[in-house]
Write a protein that binds this ligand. Sequence first.
Ligand SMILES: Cc1ncc(COP(=O)(O)O)c(C=O)c1O
Length: 451
Amino acid sequence: MSCFTLNTGFSPALRRPLTLRPSKYYACVNVDMRANQKPPSVHGKTSEEIIADEKKFIVGTYARAPVVLSSGKGCKLYDVEGREYLDLTSGIGVTALGHGDPDWVRAVTHHADVLTHVSNIYYSLPQVELAKRLVSVSFADRVFFCNSGTEANEAAIKFSRKFQRFSRPDDTNLPVEFIAFKNCFHGRTMGALALTSKEHYRSPFEPVMPGVTFLEYGNIQASVEMIRSGKIAAVFVEPIQGEGGVYSATKEFLQSLRTACDDAGCLLVFDEVQCGLGRTGYLWAHEAYGVFPDIMTLAKPLAGGLPIGAALVTERVAKAINPGEHGSTFAGSPFVCNAGIAVLDKISNPSFLASVSEKGQYFKQLLVEKLGGNSHVKDIRGVGLIIGIELDVSASPLVDACRKSGLLILTAGKGNVVRIVPPLIVSKQELEVAVEIMTDCLPVLDQASSK
Ligand SMILES: Cc1ncc(COP(=O)(O)O)c(C=O)c1O
């Protein structure tokens, strides 16, 4: 008997397939899929057919899970056969308000009708409004908009170099190098890629931008010594490393970087592309440390699923940048920024942030209770709703088993960490269901490790 349901049709009103409710979990429901019977697709194509076409027509940059998603609501996603999944990935930390949040939908549909794109040759109100709001809730004085996390870091690289040139006009030996940290992830364009620690991402494309030193995350002495060398334009650091395996910085580490950067005249860049905007229960992850950057990069959740990136900067950084020195055709469109306003307004509400903290603590406690005793579980860590479960084996079999049971979660680190970054609107009951599924699936780790 199959784990999955037969879809019963498509509801134009709901804009999603009608599914039978699960008997126990979200995806495992009670309709028999007869042997050799293909599940009907709401789009006239089955998952299998779409996956085959993907393999034929899309450049093979992704090792995707074999699921073809077609709609979503809240924390639930539905595939083309109508199977329901509990989504604790939020599209890698993007759909913080879940799928189809009514305020977000209103903001998007309204502006699709009013004005979508004008380029940055002209002004538009939502861009200025979103910048104003970001400034009002952060350390920053000004905002540069772009379209993704990697672009936000690319902007931070250029701004750091330009800042040094601007602040030392007579210096013939400008500091142009960068520090980044082991396990960090800053993106895949050539500059941000040079700052990304995983060799595997960089080596096929070398030479990448030269002048980047990777230090141990948390190594104060090595960082301070390197910053004092006088060669460093900026230090890039994630207050919480996401992709690298959910590692949190210490206050002492970030504070030491701040002090050393100030003494040496180099910039401190916090990459909050993954950990920022409410993910930790603080609006910005660095708030928990009371240490503030010169530049903060943002992206993923900022427009609730539409492409956006931003580099938030202090006035002294902004002063170094002149018209024409950086830009983007698409960046800061009225359409995307209007969505960003809806997201920021919701997430920056103190009661929303408090709910993230509370749910995060509850979730972590449940995970420790139910999974902590398993011999494969080495650590359960994280803050708010960015949680990592470190295993002594590959996390993939567990992630795959959970997916087959209707729960979507991610891996991180060297593949041995389960990463959970749910929509911030996730309910306690959904978190309980997730823990139950993970607990039930844990035995796959025994099978995997005995192979
Ligand atoms: C911390 C961090 N910085 C930068 C990026 C790159 O963002 P994007 O994929 O939008 O270019 C990511 C993506 O995972 C990230 O986690």
